[in-house]
Design a protein. Structure first.
Length: 288
């Protein structure tokens, strides 16, 4: 890492920042992903394509797992022993025990802080990038944590799902819901509310057209975005669909250079399947 300050910013691999981890000098802490009897480190030795291939062959989904308290203890002390403070942002505590383990480790280590994003995927990534901005302005770790705690309540993190199959296999919707999803081509939009995944809206019919409706509905409801950055995060969605979403965001007011496209990692892939797409931003900008 480049030595920009005495504060290290870090996040779970499930923040789905792809190359932005490196370009913004943010530490990436990989979570566990299990395929059958084999355990992998997210974004280290497993890819979403491996998950698709495994599912197509075995019809079973991977199992994700948090790292241990000891893992976090060793990770944090690798920085604090060198005189750094470390601020680590985790995925929602309502979804994973990652935050609990990180917080317990941080409690033992002066200069280590854990922040529960109450979000998932690039929602967590947005907080990590905001933290990196504050670090680069010279803010200390406590100020960064306080700011993140305020801003995280305004995260807009949502996705539209092309198929209910992965949600059903993962036990996140009933067999009846999965049946009707197939019968009537329901495409649910899922949103993180208070750290929990909820169904925000149900669309029907052609996925590409419904993606456009989802984007319009989201921008209309959450119309105070911080225009600093917005994510288009997806699991290998069609390129034409992604480009159409990008055009809508530009038309709304986002500068092209502030629109970041990222491929969702193993966590979103495991739960939502292929072609899932979301737009994510912090909704605490000026009122339109």
């Amino acid at each position: 890492m480049q030595e920009k300050s005495k504060v290290i910013i870090s996040a779970d691999s499930a923040a789905d920042l792809n190359d932005l981890f490196k370009t913004h000098d943010i530490g990436e802490f990989p979570l566990f992903v299990g395929l059958g009897d084999n355990q992998y480190l997210d974004n280290v030795d497993i890819t979403p394509q491996m998950i698709f291939d495994y599912y197509n062959k075995n019809k079973t989904l991977p199992k994700t797992a948090a790292r241990s308290i000891e893992d976090f203890r060793e990770y944090f002390t690798s920085f604090t022993e060198k005189g750094y403070s470390v601020v680590h942002i985790t995925i929602s505590s309502k979804i994973s025990s990652t935050y609990e383990h990180a917080a317990l480790a941080a409690k033992e280590i002066p200069g280590a802080y854990a922040v529960d994003s109450l979000s998932l995927s690039s929602g967590t990534g947005l907080l990590a990038l905001a933290a990196a901005d504050l670090r680069d302005r010279g803010e200390d770790a406590e100020t960064i944590v306080q700011t993140l705690e305020k801003r995280k309540t305004n995260l807009q993190a949502s996705f539209i799902i092309n198929t209910l199959e992965f949600l059903y296999k993962g036990g996140r919707c009933s067999g009846l819901a999965a049946f009707f999803g197939k019968a009537f081509s329901i495409k649910p939009a899922l949103q993180l509310i208070d750290g929990n995944i909820t169904v925000a809206r149900k669309y029907m019919g052609n996925f590409a057209k419904n993606v456009m409706k989802y984007v319009d509905n989201t921008l209309e409801k959450y119309d105070r975005p911080d225009l600093t950055r917005v994510f288009i995060t997806h699991t290998y969605a069609d390129e034409d669909v992604v480009n159409a979403v990008r055009y809508k965001l530009i038309k709304f007011g986002f500068a092209p250079e502030n629109i970041f496209e990222t491929i969702a990692g193993s966590t979103i892939t495991s739960h939502c399947g292929k072609s899932t797409l979301g737009i994510l931003y912090i909704n605490d900008g000026e009122t339109k």
